[in-house]
Design a protein around this ligand. Structure first.
Ligand code: C2E
Ligand code: CA
Ligand code: CA
Length: 665
């Protein structure tokens, strides 16, 4: 386009120069034509010649008449015409006539002869009344000679003049032709210039249309998410701001923000690839747009992050109506997807915030986000309405996030120990290491809270190493037959070199591998199955025991039992809690235990708080039991006291007279 416009510009400049040149040429032609015309008009030789002829002829006629009449009046006429002719001879002296005479030498001879003759007879002509008949005849003859000369030259003058005029005419004709060509050329050029201007204009208009088109395109791109075509964060912010401005006016109702996040989207991306992730997002966006299009109160639906979406609704119908719509949306998004023939199920968590008079509406999106975070933390695939109390939770989480790294670095997170008791012998066989953080302002922070945050930031890797190392050093002072069990997070398998870490810790602390158990949950088997089995095998080969933790929560697929050669299975507290109220719980525990035993796996029950629970667990065949009944997690300094307490507790078990004897002192 640019080069084309350059060509046009060059053409226009060239044509303008040509135009000027033509104009100059044209002007010079016009002026030379003027000169020629002037020349032709000034050329009076023929006229002078012809007049001379007429005048001589008239003089001859008058003389002849006088010769007949001898009348005084005729004599006067003769004298008058003689004077006219004399004057004519002086006219013959004019520059142009002289030039004509000079062109042929004979002409001058003729005219000079005529003039001499005339000058000779002029006195007679002026004195005509005095002349005799014979003298008059002689004057008449001389006048005849004068006539002959003037007539001859007059005729030549006429011919010469005609030729000259013809020449000037032909010159004029040529110039006129040239002028015509030049004029046509000029018009042609003007037409060409106009045509070029028109074409350029056309191109300019086209370019302009294109520019307008691209500007619109750019604006579309700037305001829409390229993957899903939904309005993006920028568009959302703009429309959200105007919706907020509207609801800030008194009695203008309220608006609701739905912050939506897909559950398990990261896993889809990681395991099935980004192309599948993108296809999923597109389908999610389509479902979302289609559903929101059915809401009469929908203001904007936008994609504001990777798998984060936001919907703004007019909340004039009240909070319940908005929650119903949010639930409808969640339901639509949670229905199975099909991508390249593969069925996918992802949930959607929704945080809802509705503008209320007493709360700054600017914070609405943040509030919805806080509610969303809470919804995710409390089990996913659910809707949570923002409550100002959540804000405190949010601030607490933010504080933990901000201070966690420092706490790990400065050993503020310390291992506590919860003993495990062998129900057959009453011996304390080991202790589970549970991290504790006593925050200076927040008080005790649950590991369930900070390990999750540590997992998100990756801090779980250095934290896990520190806990393991500290526990191994502590346990060197425990009774020789007591082991320790350390919890591992999935993130430690994914990030960081776990095998190397464990090896280094054992080497530096000198703690024997056979006294160490590492606990992992089934989530590891779901997300990182192959890699996990490989790493676990390497760790197990070092002599370390591996326990499958929290069995009975989540999927608890029995297939996990076959995937790896587990040393221990830990039945979750949720099962244990139901033992006394639900007979089926006991039956399930019984079958889990027998299945585990068939596979050569030891079973530990967690969270046993009562004597009855312990009896049922023991009868169901559990090997070891852990729970508040025997001892709470305590700092290393309190461990001996807890062990003593556990011994006392085992003594109370029915048929336990033998147990007490075997219990570890
Ligand atoms: P977990 O591995 O299931 O740990 C057992 C949890 O049950 C502990 O909670 C323990 O205090 C609690 N518990 C034990 N017996 C009873 C009982 O009789 N009644 C009740 N109500 N609770 C009982 P805690 O210490 O809050 O730990 C929570 C979770 O945090 C742990 O669950 C574990 O998954 C994680 N965690 C703790 N320390 C670490 C760590 O160092 N690394 C990693 N990765 N995770 C850890
Ligand atoms: Ca555990
Ligand atoms: Ca557990």
């Amino acid at each position: 386009m640019r080069s084309l416009s350059n060509v046009f510009n060059l053409l226009a400049v060239g044509l303008t120069i040509a135009f000027l040149a033509i104009y100059v040429a044209h002007s010079s032609i016009v002026s030379s034509t003027d000169t020629a015309l002037e020349r032709s008009s000034r050329y009076d030789v023929a006229w002078v010649g012809a007049a001379g002829r007429m005048e001589v002829l008239s003089l001859q006629k008058l003389l002849a008449k006088f010769m007949i009449t001898s009348d005084q009046a005729d004599a006067s006429q003769v004298k008058l015409f003689a004077a006219i002719l004399a004057n004519r001879f002086s006219v013959f002296q004019s520059h142009s006539y002289q030039a004509f005479l000079d062109r042929k030498p004979k002409r001058r001879v003729l005219i000079d002869a005529a003039r001499q003759t005339f000058e000779r007879i002029l006195p007679d002509l002026n004195n005509i009344e005095e002349l005799s008949g014979r003298q008059l005849e002689l004057v008449q003859q001389d006048l005849e000679k004068v006539f002959a000369g003037i007539d001859r030259i007059g005729a030549e003058a006429q011919t010469d003049s005609v030729n000259q005029v013809a020449q000037i005419r032909s010159e004029l004709k040529k110039k006129q032709d040239l002028q015509k060509w030049v004029a046509s050329g000029l018009f042609g050029f003007i037409a060409l210039l106009l045509a070029i201007a028109a074409i350029q204009n056309l191109f300019l208009r086209k370019a302009n249309r294109k520019a307008v088109g691209s500007a619109e395109g750019f604006s579309y791109l700037a305001h829409h998410d390229s993957l899903t075509g939904l309005p993006n964060r920028m568009a959302f912010n703009t429309r959200f701001a105007s919706a907020l401005a509207r609801c800030a006016e008194p009695h203008k109702g309220s608006i609701a923000v739905l912050a939506i996040d897909l559950d398990g989207f990261k896993a889809v991306n990681d395991r099935l690839g980004h192309a599948t992730g993108d296809a999923l997002l597109k389908q999610v966006a389509e479902r979302m747009s289609a559903t929101c299009a059915t809401f009469a109160n929908s203001i904007i639906t936008a994609r504001i992050g990777g798998d984060e979406f936001a919907v703004v609704l007019d909340a004039a119908e009240g909070i319940d109506a908005v929650l119903e719509q949010a639930d409808e949306l969640r339901g639509v998004l949670s229905a199975p997807y099909e991508i390249d023939g593969v069925a996918l199920v992802v949930g959607a968590s929704v945080g809802v915030a509705v503008s209320v008079a007493e709360r700054n509406p600017d914070k609405l999106l943040i509030d919805a986000d806080i509610a969303l975070t809470q919804a995710k933390a409390s089990g996913k695939d659910r809707i949570l309405l923002f409550d100002p109390a959540m804000h405190d939770i949010f601030l607490r989480t933010a504080l933990i996030q901000a201070e966690l790294a420092g706490a790990i670095e400065n050993d503020k997170i310390k291992p506590h120990y919860q003993i495990k008791v062998d129900v057959a012998t009453g011996r304390v066989t080991g202790a589970e290491v549970l991290a504790r953080w006593n925050h200076p302002t927040l008080g005790p922070v649950s590991p369930a809270e900070f390990t999750q945050i540590a997992e998100q930031s990756g801090l779980i890797v250095p934290m896990g190493r520190k806990i393991l190392e500290k526990a191994c050093r502590d346990a060197l002072h425990f009774p020789q037959d007591m082991g320790i069990a350390v919890n591992l997070s999935v993130v430690q398998f994914v990030r960081g070199d776990l095998v190397q870490t464990v090896r280094e810790v054992l080497e530096t602390t000198g703690f024997p591998a056979h006294r160490l158990t590492l606990e992992v949950t089934e989530s590891l088997m779901i997300s990182e199955s192959d890699r996990a089995v490989e790493i676990l095998t390497q760790i197990q080969e070092m002599g370390i025991s591996i326990a499958l933790d929290d069995f009975g929560t989540g999927y608890s697929a029995l297939s996990y039992l076959r995937q790896f050669d587990w040393d221990e299975l830990k039945i979750d507290r949720a099962f244990v809690m139901e033992l006394e109220t639900d007979d089926r719980a006991g039956a399930i525990v019984g079958s889990i235990v027998s299945m585990a035993h068939m596979l050569g796996i030891q079973v530990t029950a967690e969270g046993a708080e009562t004597y009855e629970q312990i009896e049922i667990l023991r009868d169901a065949g559990c090997n070891t039991i852990q729970g508040y009944h025997f001892g709470r997690p305590v700092p290393v300094s309190d461990l001996p006291g807890t062990i003593l307490h556990a011994v006392a507790a085992t003594a109370r078990l029915s048929n336990s007279s033998a147990l007490a004897k075997n219990a570890v002192a």
